[in-house]
Design a protein around this ligand. Structure first.
Ligand code: NAD
Ligand code: UDP
Length: 349
């Protein structure tokens, strides 16, 4: 019988790509999402892309903080594991509305963990973030590098990691993998699913994509005086399909008896500057991205990239795609869906 995975936040950007890889890998995926930052259309498209496996996808519109709804779901189905993506992720918004972030991300997670225990499901893969490395003094970041938080969003990731370590200490029958993502970009090569943020994008590539399709006039480059090759910030961009595959590798690892509560970086190990990223996007899209040079964004680190050795060694996983492929697939999705999944009514013909 196929293994059944509960995917929280599965309608979102990384979740939808992971659900597709799960289905293609023969898993049954049950998604819970409140659709706060996503559209159910993503899952309809995932179902189509999955072909014959599409029928192994089930969706429930549930907010994780709604314990009775979660209880009911767990009572109706047995889950072998949970992949927990659901959360709010906008750094700037978390500074403005910390309680919203603590409520959604922490209470949502605690509720999920309580219901999991009550129903005897103790296998978890959690979406952590490279944000827990703060402004790293040494790169590449290894899983042993010091961790800290620069804002309420980052603090929710840090707290949830600590909660997971604590529950494992209290009950060694938990199996938990904390995945620290670096910078996910790109889209499925079909251009049928991709990132569709609500409002003004915070992250680099969604902003670039909106400039390319004419929704915004120019990209603001935050900081040109960093101690990097061209003065702009350096990050470890990873193709979202590689990231999704990293989750399948993590799920497989959960069945290894030696696993307790483990952390893995998911990145490529390569640092790319803002200007290099823009240049690659311009090359593959043929679109000019007008730039406005600006001051550093408060709280931004200078250089962040991953050590990938632990994931390669223990998860048997390695990112396959490079920057040009990430930009190509980002553009393919953007050009086919310039207004995301749900274009404003005025634009629909
Ligand atoms: P996303 O916003 O596209 O997906 C998150 C999903 O969770 C959305 O569909 C949203 O509707 C849902 N959600 C939020 N709160 C919920 C709640 N209380 N109950 C039910 N559903 C809820 O974001 P994403 O980029 O796919 O990120 C997924 C996870 O990965 C998040 O936890 C995020 O913090 C983490 N992460 C993302 C990045 C990134 O750059 N995208 C980097 C590191 C870590
Ligand atoms: N960045 C930028 N303009 C934008 C958004 C981001 O110059 O509109 C820069 C940012 O300063 C950083 C890099 O792009 O150096 C990646 O930023 P993002 O927010 O995508 O990821 P994070 O900083 O959280 O790693």
């Amino acid at each position: 019988m196929a293994s059944t995975v509960l995917v929280t936040g599965g309608a979102g950007y990384i979740g939808s790509h992971t659900v597709l890889q799960l289905l293609l890998g023969g898993y049954k995926a049950v998604v819970v999402d409140n659709l706060d930052n996503s559209s159910q259309i993503s899952l309809k498209r995932v179902q189509e892309l999955a072909g014959d496996h599409g029928s192994n996808l089930v969706f429930h519109k549930i907010d994780l903080r709604d314990k009775p709804a979660l209880e009911k779901l767990f009572a109706s189905e047995k889950f072998d594991s949970v992949i927990h993506f659901a959360g709010l992720k906008a750094v700037g918004e978390s500074v403005q509305k910390p309680l919203l972030y603590y409520d959604n991300n922490l209470i949502g997670t605690i509720t999920l963990l309580e219901v999991m225990v009550a129903h005897g499901c103790k296998n978890l893969v959690f979406s952590s973030s490279a944000t827990v490395y703060g402004w790293p003094k040494v790169v590449p970041c290894t899983e042993e590098s010091p961790i800290s938080a620069m804002n309420p969003y980052g603090r929710t990731k840090l707290f949830i990691e600590e909660i997971c370590r604590d529950i494992y200490q209290s009950d060694k029958s938990w199996k938990i993998i904390l995945l620290r993502y670096f910078n996910p970009v790109g889209a499925h090569s079909s251009g049928y699913i991709g990132e569709d943020p609500r409002g003004i994008p915070n992250n680099l590539m969604p902003f670039v994509q909106q400039v390319a399709v004419g929704r915004r006039p120019a990209l603001t480059v935050f900081g040109t005086d960093y101690g990097t090759k061209d003065g702009t910030g350096v990050r470890d961009y990873i193709h979202v399909v590689d990231l999704a595959d990293g989750h399948i590798a993590a799920l497989k690892k959960l069945s290894d008896p030696s696993v307790g509560c483990e952390v893995y970086n998911l990145g490529t190990g390569k640092g790319t500057s803002v200007l290099e990223m823009v240049s690659s996007f311009e090359k593959v899209s043929g679109k000019k991205i007008p730039l406005e040079m600006a001051d550093r964004r408060p709280g931004d680190a200078e250089i962040v990239y991953a050590s990938t050795e632990k994931a390669e060694r223990e998860l048997n996983w390695k990112a396959k795609y490079g920057i040009d492929e990430m930009c190509r697939d980002q553009w393919n999705w953007a050009s086919k869906n310039p207004y995301g999944y749900e274009p404003p009514a005025a634009l629909e013909k």
